[in-house]
Ligand binder design. Structure first.
Ligand SMILES: Nc1nc2c(ncn2[C@@H]2O[C@H](COP(=O)(O)OP(=O)(O)OP(=O)(O)O)[C@@H](O)[C@H]2O)c(=O)[nH]1
Ligand SMILES: [Mg+2]
Length: 220
C-alpha cells in the first residue's frame, strides 16, 4: 500500500462526481479495519494490533459504466477518544457503523456515535453492521432494534468468514453515490459556511460564563 501524500487528505477532491468518501465508526476492536481489509483484499489475517492513525483504503469500481473512486476512511482507538475530529466527517458521503455482537457495550454505544455523526452529517446514509457473527451464529436471532428505530439498513456480518461483507460495502458505495447525486449542494454549502466560524464559539456560548477574577485586588 502506498504511503500516500498530503494530497490524499485534500478534501476538495470529494467535490468531483466520481469520488466518494465513506467513513467507518464504532468502538475500538469491533472489527472496522478487518471488515475493510476483508472487502478490499478478500483476505483475513487475524491480528491483535489496532490502528493508531488514519488509514485511507482506496478502491476503484465501475458503476453504470462510470469509474468510481472510493476512499474508505478508517481510524482507530476511537473508544479512547470518544469522538472524532470534525475533518473525519467532512464531506463524507456514507457511514458504516459497526458494533461487536459479542460485546454488548459496543452496541449500547451506537447512539453516541450516531448522535455525533448527525451533528456533522445530518443526511448521509448510515449502515449499521453487527460484526463477528461467526463466533456464535445464534446471535442472528437476537433483535438489535437500534437500526430499525432509526430507520437504518442493518446487516449481520463476519470479517472472519466473509459473510455479507461484500454486500455491505457495495451497498454503502451505491448509497454514497446516490446521496451525492441527489442531495442538494445546499447542505454542504451550509456546512462549509459553518466551518468558517470558530467552532469553539459555539461551546463558549453554551457554557456558563466563568466568574472573572480580573480586577479584584488581592486580599492580604
Ligand atoms: N471472531 C471474529 N473476530 C474478529 C472479526 N472481525 C475482527 N475480529 C477481531 O477483532 C479484533 C479487532 O479487530 P480490528 O479490525 O482491529 O478492530 P477495529 O474496530 O479496527 O479496532 P480499532 O482500530 O482499535 O478501532 C481483532 O483481533 C480481529 O481479529 C470477526 O468477524 N470475527
Ligand atoms: Mg482499526
Amino acid at each position: 500500500m502506498d504511503a500516500g501524500g498530503i494530497s490524499d487528505l485534500d478534501l476538495e477532491k470529494y467535490d468531483s462526481d466520481e469520488q466518494v468518501k465513506i467513513i467507518c465508526l464504532g468502538d475500538s476492536a469491533v472489527g472496522k479495519s478487518k471488515l475493510m481489509e476483508r472487502f478490499l483484499m478478500d483476505g483475513y489475517r487475524p491480528q491483535q494490533l489496532s490502528t493508531y492513525a488514519l488509514t485511507l483504503y482506496k478502491y476503484t469500481t465501475t458503476i453504470n459504466g462510470q469509474t468510481v473512486l472510493v476512499d474508505f476512511w478508517d481510524t482507530a482507538g476511537q473508544e479512547r477518544f470518544r469522538s472524532m475530529h470534525p475533518s473525519y466527517y467532512h464531506k463524507a458521503h456514507a457511514c458504516v457503523m459497526v458494533f461487536d455482537v459479542q460485546r454488548k457495550i459496543t452496541y449500547k454505544n451506537l447512539p453516541n456515535w450516531y448522535k455525533e455523526l448527525r451533528e456533522y452529517r445530518p443526511e448521509i446514509p448510515c449502515l449499521v453492521v453487527a460484526n463477528k457473527i461467526d463466533a456464535d451464529i445464534k446471535v442472528t436471532q437476537k433483535s438489535f432494534n437500534f437500526a430499525k428505530k432509526q430507520g437504518l439498513p442493518f446487516y449481520f456480518v463476519s470479517a472472519a468468514d466473509g459473510t455479507n461483507v461484500v454486500k455491505v460495502f457495495k451497498d454503502a458505495i451505491q448509497m454514497a453515490l446516490s446521496y451525492k447525486k441527489n442531495s442538494s449542494d445546499f447542505m454542504d454549502e451550509v456546512m462549509r459556511e459553518l466551518e468558517n466560524f470558530d467552532l469553539e464559539s459555539k461551546e463558549e456560548s453554551s457554557d456558563k460564563e466563568e466568574e472573572t477574577q480580573e480586577g479584584k485586588p488581592d486580599s492580604a
